[in-house]
Design a protein around this ligand. Structure first.
Ligand code: GP9
Ligand code: MN
Length: 407
């Protein structure tokens, strides 16, 4: 009931990290373009395969952005949809199944809704069947005013590969749609080409495959490189359309592309054994925020997708105090270095908890379990409170003007 929300609201309020004075509102009034970059892990950045750069565009763009270099995905079985859920709501996804399917009738207090209250036209853009991941239903609960799905794009055999429309034409046509949108707008976009099994057209191959016993990993580099190029053309198109200077561009990797089934090939690529520690570190995904007129900066705070909502809203000058959320503004001085994975693993400033062991980040070796012990409870508490919000549909009791806000 409502009192359960009060208890959880108190937990959430105690967790609130006040905005950074300098950066609060640094992007006020700008369009927000957030791209969920399919299956892109952080290890490909500033890295090469066969001597060739894998993400030349991202590497450059990161330098002009607030670039978060210790940022982890926190998804479960709901994959892309879990990443969407995390970033919109600052709630964790579920330990089993996809919350997009199981709780699409719930009420939420999404970033999209908050932006609408602040005059934004909110929409999602993804050139796939609208019912994939139950998006057509869940997007109503999240509150997007419009979902530009496959039917809003011109998709044909020539501009498709693997799962569907290629990223380059997707971005190109999306900019065409953006030109017609009322401003400021919030567009959440989802790429598709760099998706397992990472099939590509020969004409889109810009670097050579890796050479290991995993065709999946071998091809992955080629499709990541393609998506990197697509992002480059996207930014060029935004400039041409006159939208670039008025828009904040946010890129995040949704989840891993290379599962542990490919550890042997991954070890060959990395040149080291994939221990539970390395495996956890491989869950880092890119996260960068480009704000016109704001200098690039590397931010090494440990965080995850649950932190995206408060971070972005604060940059846009919208406070999140009193909101029921489990993330913290990554730019806040009060942000705690912490990222809980959905499966109980976690990362702190100095330690990684994985494979039921505590690992010292300084050495990459196992260390005394007691260093991790206090955080085991913290991770469990956050996940548990978040689960209760979802299972009890507790946000139906949330009233932004109620006492919860004042506590
Ligand atoms: C499908 C796309 C892929 O529309 O978002 O989903 P995934 O398999 O990565 O969860
Ligand atoms: Mn995905």
């Amino acid at each position: 009931d409502g009192s359960e929300l009060t208890e959880i609201g108190n937990f959430s309020d105690a967790n609130y990290a006040a905005p950074n004075d300098e950066l609060f509102g640094a992007a006020k009034g700008k369009n927000l373009i957030m791209v969920s970059v399919e299956s892109t892990q952080a290890f490909v950045m500033n890295n090469k395969v066969n001597g060739q750069e894998i993400t030349p565009f991202l590497n450059d763009f990161a330098k002009e952005s607030l670039n978060f270099t210790n940022f982890y995905h926190q998804t479960g079985q709901g994959k892309t949809s879990d990443a969407e859920f995390l970033t919109e709501n600052s709630l964790y996804p579920l330990s089993r199944g996809a919350v997009f399917f199981t709780h699409s009738g719930n009420e939420f207090n999404s970033m999209a809704e908050k932006l609408e209250e602040n005059g934004y036209y909110s929409n999602a853009m993804h050139a796939n069947n609208k019912s994939f991941w139950n998006r057509d239903i869940m997007y109503d609960a999240i509150g997007y005013e419009r979902f530009y799905d496959v039917n809003d794009y011109e998709v044909n055999e020539d501009n498709s590969v693997n799962w569907g429309m290629k990223d380059v034409p997707f971005f190109e046509q999306s900019v065409g749609l953006m030109k017609e949108m009322p401003q400021p707008f919030y567009s959440k976009m989802i790429t598709l080409t760099n998706h397992h099994p990472f099939y590509y057209d020969e004409e889109d191959k810009m670097i050579d495959e890796f050479n290991s016993n995993s065709g999946t990993l071998n091809r992955y580099f080629v499709t990541v490189r393609y998506t990197d190029e697509a992002l480059k053309t996207f930014v060029e198109d935004l400039k041409e359309a006159g939208l670039y200077e008025d828009s904040v561009i946010v890129l995040y990797g949704d989840h891993y592309g290379i599962s542990e089934n490919h550890n042997e090939a991954m070890a060959q690529y990395l040149g080291k054994e994939v221990t539970p520690y390395v495996s956890a570190e491989l869950q880092k995904v890119p996260f960068m925020i480009h704000i016109p007129g704001v200098d690039g900066q590397e931010i090494s705070t440990v965080g995850g997708q649950v932190d995206v909502r408060p971070t972005l809203l604060h940059l846009l000058g919208i406070d999140t105090k009193g909101d029921v959320q489990f993330g913290q503004d990554l730019l806040s001085e009060d942000h705690e270095n912490f990222a809980a994975f959905r499966d109980g693993r976690f990362v702190t400033e100095d330690y990684v908890y994985a494979g039921d062991a505590c690992w010292d980040k300084a050495t990459g070796e196992q260390t005394d379990a007691t260093y991790c012990t206090p955080y085991i409870e913290k991770a469990a508490a956050e996940l548990n409170y978040s689960d209760r919000v979802i299972y009890g549909d507790l946000l139906r009791f949330y009233d932004p003007d109620s006492a919860i806000k004042e506590q």
